[in-house]
Each structure stands twice: as structure tokens, then as C-alpha cells.
Ligand binder design. Structure first.
Ligand SMILES: *Cc1c(COP(=O)(O)O)cnc(C)c1O
Length: 218
């Protein structure tokens, strides 16, 4: 069930701080998305390509769809015609594939590089060395159909808020260190930790369960 009261409160709080809210609607039905759409929400995030493609086909055209999952190269072409921002890019290979498919669509696709900040082994992303070398390669061979707009990261899933804070702080530090001057988006913060992320300089949070309720395990 959609929690419209929580939505209005979170939205107001983030607007006041100048932070973009991406409503993460993965596994949730289209009616739920429309309910927030009617309240003015336009940025929605999805993790699964097939699900995103189906929802985008049925729902209003002015929704800005964020792909926040782990994108496989063979699926890039399915979302290239319409995706607003790809959050989880963690290799040059994937970036080149997005560039190729964006070129076919006559588009420039905005992307974020995913950095690994958590101490958990399961999280995807680049470490600092890999980030630096990927950026270096991009300088040497610019891709004209992708625009890297910043970084994305996920903190450890833990009750230890100081640990989460340090991880976000680390991502913010990398953002500032490697920002060529054109980056504007630091995507960090989810339902459990968005307030910490906001305090640590996030410009965009990805919130699912607080708005749409808990998800069934997939
Ligand atoms: C599912 C997901 C979210 C939203 O998680 P909630 O805890 O439900 O807010 C945010 N970011 C990513 C990358 C996700 O996969």
C-alpha cells in the first residue's frame, strides 16, 4: 500500500534541502506508481529491465525512469530509447555499450558510476583505483553519447549509523576529488539511511519501502 502521508512529508523535507527524490517502485504494481504520479512525483526507479520496459510502456510519458539495478550489457538496448539516468555503471564495457545504443537512438544518456563503499562483499561497484582508471580511460577516448553526471553508492546494511555515515562521507570525498567540474549528481541514501545521506551531501535519494511498503523477497 502506498503511504501518501510519508511521501508528502519526505518530499517536503527533500525539496527544502534541494535533494531529488527517486521513488523506487520495483516489484510494485502500476497503480501504486500512478498514485504517487498523481501527487506530482515524476522520478521513479526500477531494478529489473523487463519490469521497467513493461511499466514504461503503460505509464505516462513524462515519467523520468531511473535504472538503479545491475545492468547487463545485452539488455542496454531495451532501455536505451527512454531511460533518464543509469545509476549503477561499474565498467567501461558497460559504458561503451550504453554509448553505442544511445547513439542508435540519437540520444545522450546520463550515467552515474557506482562506487563500492560498503564493507559487504555482495555490493557491486568500483573501488577508488578502478574509478580513477575508468575516468582516465574516458579522458583518453571520450564517448559522445553518454554523459557521466556523478557517482552512486550503497552503504552497508547495518544499524550502526556511524558506520553508514562514514561510508557516505567516503563517497562524498571521492565525488569531490574526481569531479571534473561537470558532475552534479551524488546518488546515495535509501529508506533506512536517507537522512544520514542527506546530511552527508547527497543530491539524490532512492527510496522504496518507506513510500510503497515492504517488498516481497524476489
Ligand atoms: C531497492 C533499492 C533501493 C530502495 O530500497 P528501500 O530500502 O526500499 O528504500 C534503493 N537503491 C537501490 C540500488 C535499490 O536496489
Amino acid at each position: 500500500m502506498v503511504n501518501t502521508v510519508a511521501y508528502e512529508a519526505i518530499k517536503r523535507e527533500l525539496d527544502a534541502a534541494g535533494i531529488t527524490l527517486v521513488a523506487v517502485s520495483k516489484t510494485k504494481p502500476e497503480e501504486d506508481i500512478l498514485e504517487l504520479y498523481q501527487l506530482g512525483q515524476r522520478d521513479f526507479g526500477e531494478n529489473y529491465v523487463q519490469e521497467l520496459v513493461e511499466k514504461a510502456a503503460h505509464l505516462p510519458r513524462d515519467i523520468r525512469w531511473h535504472f538503479i539495478g545491475h545492468l547487463q550489457t545485452n539488455k542496454v538496448k531495451l532501455i536505451a530509447p527512454f531511460v533518464q539516468l543509469v545509476h549503477g555503471v561499474d565498467s567501461l564495457k558497460l559504458l561503451k555499450e550504453i554509448n553505442k545504443e544511445a547513439g542508435k537512438q540519437g540520444r545522450v544518456i546520463d550515467c552515474l558510476l557506482q562506487v563500492f563503499i560498503a564493507q559487504e562483499e555482495t555490493k557491486f561497484g568500483l573501488d577508488e583505483t578502478e574509478l580513477a582508471s575508468l575516468l582516465n580511460e574516458l579522458t583518453n577516448q571520450p564517448l559522445s553519447h553518454v554523459q557521466v553526471c556523478g557517482l552512486m553508492g550503497m552503504a552497508s546494511f547495518t544499524d550502526d549509523s556511524e558506520k553508514v555515515r562514514m561510508e557516505f562521507r567516503q563517497l562524498r570525498t571521492l565525488f569531490e576529488k574526481y569531479n571534473p567540474g561537470t558532475w552534479t549528481i551524488l546518488s546515495m541514501g535509501m529508506s533506512s539511511d536517507y537522512a544520514i545521506a542527506a546530511a552527508e551531501g547527497s543530491t539524490l535519494v532512492r527510496i522504496g519501502s518507506l513510500l510503497f511498503g515492504e517488498r516481497q523477497k524476489k
